[in-house]
Design a protein around this ligand. Structure first.
Ligand SMILES: [Zn+2]
Length: 401
């Protein structure tokens, strides 16, 4: 199994060469974009390269490799546009690119060690120092390999290098041999609730102040959206950046704790809810919709997944349908079972914390998943991660009906 990761590194003592390179690159992207736009339908990367290469090299002055990257990226962007077009989500339009980021190929355009990155700029190959991050050090041992990576310019003019790394996992977790599972419910009341097959082992990862802070963010957002003025929109953008950075940090801390708890209890597979699936379904209650639309929960799951795989713990995404309405003891499903923070089963009278009940259901489904795998042996890669996902795996009610 392959593990991929993006490591964000701040560059120090950057210079005008980077600005210039970004601007020229964006100019090249916009030129190629115009070509595709006027063609009225997407072009393949090869075709676009053939059409634009000369202009990119001679008129705009990009290096050879960059000119190829421009064609590939622009062709990719229009392919995505086309897909959205077919779904009726957008119209045919000219995609505009800003001079805020650029993709470099490893070896051809950049090389890197833990102290500095060497990048091909329009002024030739240049070296830039990397700000010292302790967490990033491990990505510079020989076990990690590098892929095409991005140079990103922030609004405050600082530069970051988004290094894409991958490595082969030595210990591939074998889910069919696993016996100890853990279900993790991510949510608002608790950031995460974890429960293991041995039910005595539960843990609540409380958000503490975080819920309040997020509420403040969301109130401010609402207010600004109502206002709708230009300056309000600006503040809104700034605010969302702050909230994102804040939640990212929180999610790193929590995911680390969740995986440490799994390791402590010798868990071999962690089950998470497939939130993507539920989001695409109709008829999700408003409160639930907020939960499932929120990128923060997906990010937390992603971080748990990465950290688990690094520890040789497997990850499974299970159907999220009815996890909050199903009784984890008797399996009865009723939307009245849940009453705010508490779960009380209308059939068997089982009462417990609602998030813990959800986590237990996820744990059950993860364990079931193992049996399905054993009997059918069909595993497909999950669309947004390295975990396993079985397409046909469904909630109990659907299996019976
Ligand atoms: Zn019950």
């Amino acid at each position: 199994m392959e593990l991929t990761k993006t490591v964000v590194l701040k560059l120090r003592e950057t210079d005008n060469s980077l600005d210039k390179t970004l601007e020229k690159y964006a100019e090249g992207m916009n030129f190629a974009s115009k070509v595709v736009y006027e063609n009225k339908k997407p072009l393949s990367a090869n075709k676009l390269q053939k059409i634009t290469y000369k202009h990119l090299r001679e008129k705009i002055g990009l290096k050879s490799q960059m000119s190829c990257n421009v064609a590939r990226q622009v062709a990719g962007a229009y392919k995505t546009l086309q897909k959205q077009l077919k779904e009726g989500k957008t119209r045919w339009q000219q995609i505009k690119f800003k001079p805020t980021n650029i993709t470099f190929s490893y070896r051809r355009d950049f090389s890197i060690n833990k102290k500095e990155v060497s990048i091909t700029t329009l002024d030739g190959r240049k070296k830039y120092k990397i700000a010292n991050y302790r967490y990033a050090e491990k990505y510079f041992d020989s076990s990690w390999k590098y892929l095409a990576s991005k140079l990103v310019k922030q609004k405050d003019d600082s530069y970051y290098f988004h290094l894409s790394c991958w490595k082969e996992m030595i210990e591939e977790p074998d889910i069919t041999k696993a016996s100890n599972f853990m279900g993790v419910d991510v949510g608002i009341n608790y950031l995460a609730v974890a429960t293991t097959t041995d039910k005595k082992k539960n843990r609540f990862f409380s958000g503490g102040e975080i819920k309040n802070i997020r509420n403040i963010f969301s109130k401010q957002r609402e207010m600004l959206q109502k206002k709708g003025t230009r300056s309000a929109k600006r503040v809104l953008k700034h605010l969302s950046g702050r909230e994102k950075r804040f939640m990212r940090c929180v999610n790193h801390v929590v995911s680390k704790k969740v995986v440490a708890f799994a390791k402590e209890n010798k868990v071999s597979v962690i089950g998470l809810e497939d939130l993507k699936g539920i989001r695409d379904r109709a008829r999700v209650r408003k409160k639930q919709r907020y939960r499932h639309n929120s990128w923060a929960f997906r990010q937390l799951q992603n971080f748990i997944e990465y950290k688990a795989l690094e520890q040789g713990i497997g990850v499974v995404y299970v159907d999220a349908k009815y996890t909050s309405q199903t009784c984890s003891r008797c399996g009865h499903i009723n939307k009245n079972n849940r009453n705010g923070l508490n779960f009380l089963c209308k059939t068997c009278g089982c009462g417990l914390n609602a998030d813990l009940n959800g986590a237990r259901n996820i744990e059950h489904r993860t364990r079931d998943f193992r049996h399905v795998l054993e009997s059918q042996g069909c595993v497909v890669n999950h669309p947004y991660g390295n975990g396993y996902c079985l397409a046909e795996f469904q909630a109990p009610s659907e299996r019976e009906g």
